[in-house]
Design a binder for this molecule. Structure first.
Ligand code: BGC
Length: 736
């Protein structure tokens, strides 16, 4: 880890870590289990939201974990009730949704994915852990690993986007960052990989909706990030709200026992999502809360978040023989093991002065700024209007120009807006800023201020319009069917365009919006997924050319929401587009009904997206040349040695995200048109050429085939090395 902080040193001095061998932990778990009554066991399986109000229940041993308190004084107080006042003194697990930072807020996870930089993402998670554990929070409900191919789904903000490989890299980086190297270190925060599984495939992008995912698609697309994080040592996993093919995840023993425990060897703890056990009643899968409890525990859930079913019904279910003592003991073992692993029995309390000392440490803010810089994607830059000349006069306007709360994005519960640096504030360090407030929030339709802004623009050399989405428009339960800019934001851009001044649009949003009409009305567009505490400084540096954009799109950008779901790695169709499209207005009147010559596309929006996955411009240009594979034929145990030249053909030092894609030309089942198999960030000086190499293991070409076996199938493949998923020339190779 690059980050070595004041907090780490301080805590290590104060407490010291207490790593314990797994064998010792198992023994202590068994000893404790022997002493526990059935009621105490059931209590461990119960997680409640709140603090002081549950003190009595905690003393009685009826609570194993709490969520949603962050005040260290309160955390110590409830912990004391557990450790000093309950019969067995079992500490509580204190949890929170620390999704993209605790106090220092990093870009939303979709923005972090746009960096294609697992190192900075791991650093971000480490910083989040340092800040949150200083308050006493030792368990976070992150990372969200749900593959999201539909930007209408509000929770695209919380994940890494549409690609499985990128999801794996980002998920593993977060798990490592949160948990650190030693779980029992007081700064280690248990990760919770969620939502298992398929939650992002909600039909129509409507949150909580049903999904229909085949086992093969689960294994090829939705499982890999979970499996990789299990292998990386993720300590906990959360079930999802949705059903997959009729089975709600919280009651799906195939998922939780056969796949997770047996196939993958997961030895951590499984928690439900918020009342996802109880919601099986609304699903029509459980008759009542008692039945839901029976289904959940038998399926392999260890801990119940907020259905209150486990605490109420487990005992009678055992008496009735519907749940076995062995099942309960195993669940409690998983919970106790986690508490021992985290060293909670040794260090249950937190130094109440620590949290404020470590929050917003300068190195935390610096990392958050770096992450926000790397996550911004330059979408358009006509005539190289960006960067703007430093010292010039810039009119700054739009609802996201000075929106310290909204810039933090969704699930940023503990970030405090008074620490947020907005673009309006930060741009003043580089430019002579004219502040022209127009729309006061993203849904605002009041255009009465536009005239004054147009007038003020006369004195400006350029205009920066900050538009996008308020934080509340994305995230859980915030699905949208229309992805155009809300309110009068598009009119605002058009009004600024009418001044004749160069217009730079900065979009600050939680998802890919449909911005085609707005692109036509501006010279440059910088897209920033809610960038967090330091977003303003990051954007100002980019606009002033102190930093150069390097972010790449982690999701396909659509021309119209009606194209969703749309993802670059879709299975090959029998009628792929051949480059010709007859569009709506090309069709003659009374055209005869024929499907001849037709391919897979829309009559109105055509075949392609607005921008492909992996797309993103720079202030320089890069040229790929001499892409070469060491040989044509490869054995299944080989590495494919790829080498190529990358040249910075412009006049600025900049970083390119090199992407490697592969297509398996013929498979025993239909294969994706392309799949990302590797990437690297490469920094080049102006005019510099680097000869680069990448070794791709042939084993990475494996997939779940027709016989549901995970194999590399022999045959012909194509490989691309390019700056996005739609560029480059394929090179053929063969696997023997
Ligand atoms: C969300 C989870 C979250 C939990 C606890 C649920 O509504 O789906 O992602 O971790 O609440 O806050």
């Amino acid at each position: 880890m690059r980050i070595k902080t004041f907090a780490l040193t301080l805590m290590a001095l104060a407490i010291g870590s207490v790593a314990m061998a797994q064998g010792d932990i198992d023994q202590r778990v068994e000893e404790l289990l022997q002493k526990m009554t059935l009621e105490e066991k059931i209590g461990q399986m119960n997680q409640l939201s709140g603090g002081y109000q549950f003190t009595e229940m905690i003393r009685e041993g009826n609570v194993g974990s709490i969520l949603n308190i962050v005040d260290p004084v309160e955390i110590n107080a409830v912990q004391r009730a557990a450790v000093e006042n309950s019969r067995l003194g079992i500490p509580l697990l204190v949890s929170r949704d620390v999704i993209h930072g605790f106090r220092t807020i990093f870009p939303i996870p979709l923005g972090m994915a746009a960096t294609f930089d697992p190192d900075i993402v791991e650093q971000g998670a480490r910083i989040a852990a340092i800040e949150a554990t200083a308050s006493g929070v030792r368990w976070t409900f992150s990372p969200m690993l749900d593959i999201a191919r539909d930007p209408r789904w509000g929770r695209v903000a919380e994940g890494s986007g549409e690609d499985t490989y990128l999801d794996v890299q980002m998920g593993v980086a977060m798990v490592k960052g949160y948990q650190g190297e030693d779980f029992s270190d007081p700064t280690s925060m248990a990760a919770c990989i969620k939502h298992f599984v398929g939650y992002g495939a909600a039909e129509g992008g409507r949150d909580y909706n049903t999904t229909m995912i085949s086992e093969r698609a689960l294994r090829n697309v939705y499982f890999p990030a979970f499996k990789a994080c299990v292998d990386a040592g993720a300590l906990t996993l959360m079930t999802s709200f949705n059903d997959v093919d009729g089975l709600p995840s919280t009651g799906n023993d195939w998922l939780l026992r056969d796949i997770l425990r047996e196939e993958w060897g997961f030895d951590g703890m499984v928690v439900t999502d918020w009342n996802s056990s109880g919601e099986m009643i609304a699903h029509g899968f459980a008759e009542d809360l008692k039945h839901a409890t029976e289904l959940s525990i038998n399926a392999g859930v260890d801990m119940d978040m907020m259905s209150w079913g486990f605490i109420q019904h487990t005992k009678s279910l055992i008496e009735e023989g519907k749940l076995s003592m062995e099942t309960i003991d195993n669940a409690v073992r998983n919970i106790l093991k986690l508490k021992f692993r985290l060293g909670l029995f040794e260090n249950p309390y937190v130094d109440v002065t620590l949290a404020r000392k470590v929050a917003y440490a300068p190195e935390h803010l610096a990392a958050a700024k770096q992450c926000a810089i790397e996550s911004a994607v330059l979408i358009q830059n006509n005539n190289n209007v960006l960067p703007l000349a430093k010292g010039s006069t810039v009119l700054v306007t739009g609802p996201m120009a000075d929106a310290p709360y909204d810039q933090l994005g969704t699930w940023a519960f503990d970030g405090e807006e008074q620490y947020t640096v907005t673009p309006l504030k930060a741009l003043a360090a580089h430019f002579n800023v004219i502040n022209a407030p127009t729309l006061s929030y993203s849904r605002d339709t009041d255009t009465s201020s536009f005239k004054a802004a147009q007038k003020a623009a006369k004195k400006a050399d350029a205009i920066v319009v900050c538009v996008g989405e308020e934080a509340i428009l994305s995230g859980e339960a915030h699905s949208l069917s229309n992805l155009n800019l809300q309110g009068a934001q598009s009119q605002l851009i058009a009004a600024m365009r009418a001044t004749g001044k160069p217009v730079v649009v900065v979009v600050i949003a939680g998802r890919p919006l449909t911005i085609e009409r707005d692109l036509a009305k501006c010279d440059a567009m910088l897209y920033s997924f809610h960038p967090g505490t330091m977003g303003g400084e990051a954007l100002a540096d980019l606009i002033a050319g102190e930093a150069v954009p390097s972010g790449k799109l982690p999701m396909t950008f659509l021309r119209d929401a009606g194209q969703a779901p749309f993802y670059y790695n879709h299975p090959m169709t029998g009628r792929p587009n051949n480059g010709t499209e007859t569009l709506l207005h090309d069709i003659p009147l009374k055209a005869g009904q024929t499907s001849l010559g037709c391919t897979s596309y829309y009559l109105d929006t055509g075949y392609g997206p607005l921008f492909p996955f992996g797309y993103g411009l720079s202030y320089t240009t890069f040229e790929y040349a001499n892409v070469n594979l060491d040989k044509y034929e490869h054995n299944k145990s080989d590495y494919i040695h790829i080498d190529f030249d990358l040249t910075n053909t412009g006049d600025r030092e900049a970083t390119e995200v090199v992407q490697i894609y592969v297509r398996d030309l013929v498979g025993s089942v239909v294969r994706p048109v392309k799949e990302l198999k590797g990437f690297m960030r490469v920094t080049l000086k102006p005019g510099e050429t680097k000869h680069l190499m990448y070794d791709l293991p042939v084993s990475d070409l494996a997939f779940w085939n027709r016989d549901m076996e995970y194999v590399v199938e022999s045959g012909e493949f194509q490989l691309w090395v390019a700056g996005d998923s739609a560029s480059g020339e394929p090179i053929n190779f063969k696997v023997l």
